[in-house]
Design a binder for this molecule. Sequence first.
Ligand code: DX5
Ligand code: ZN
Length: 210
Amino acid sequence: MKISTSILNAENKIKSILELNNTKTSYIHIDVMDGKFVTDTKFNTIKEISDINNNAKRKLDIHLMVENPIEYINKLDNMNIEYVTFHIEVEKNIKEIISKIKSMGYKVGISIKPNTNINKLVPYLKDIDLLLIMSVEPGKGGQEFLPNTIERIKEIKNLIIKNNYNIKVEVDGGINEKTITKLENVDIAVVGSYITKSDNYNARIDTLLE
Ligand code: DX5
Ligand code: ZN
């Protein structure tokens, strides 16, 4: 399993990035919030994201918790980004959003909230690279991992295998040294507070990878 570190709850973002450059995290997870899809507003300016991009020695894993993804995707050109992920719950223009991300040369992720029916993903699976399964309600760091996520990962994994799709599975929210041991068939774990609220990122990431 790979780790994507969420810096949402980090006190000094750039300092955190510099520290993460010396760890085994594979990606830096950036939670973009518009104050509409979720109540908070975070990382919603290009300046903030490009400062991170300029300091990070890891690829960015962008998680758009916004009502209008296209508006944000348009600003993400020329960055060291692996995945741009938006939410299936935006409902509108999903195909157009997928094409837009691809046209910018990035891999496409779709995220799903804990209570959304998994079948909503089916029409888009053939066109995407990543499924980001939320293990908390999106919007805040430091929440508790929802136990029904385990069943949802299994169902989603079955859909992928049955149809022979080449899609990575990522899980986001409440992951720590205990909850990570419950994750099977997961390619990437997004971890925030457990890493960024510690004074030794390396030790925490090594523990997660054990
Ligand atoms: C929640 C965000 C997460 C969050 C994870 O809405 O999408 O990426 O930062 O943080 P922890 O690991 O603290 O739950
Ligand atoms: Zn996230």
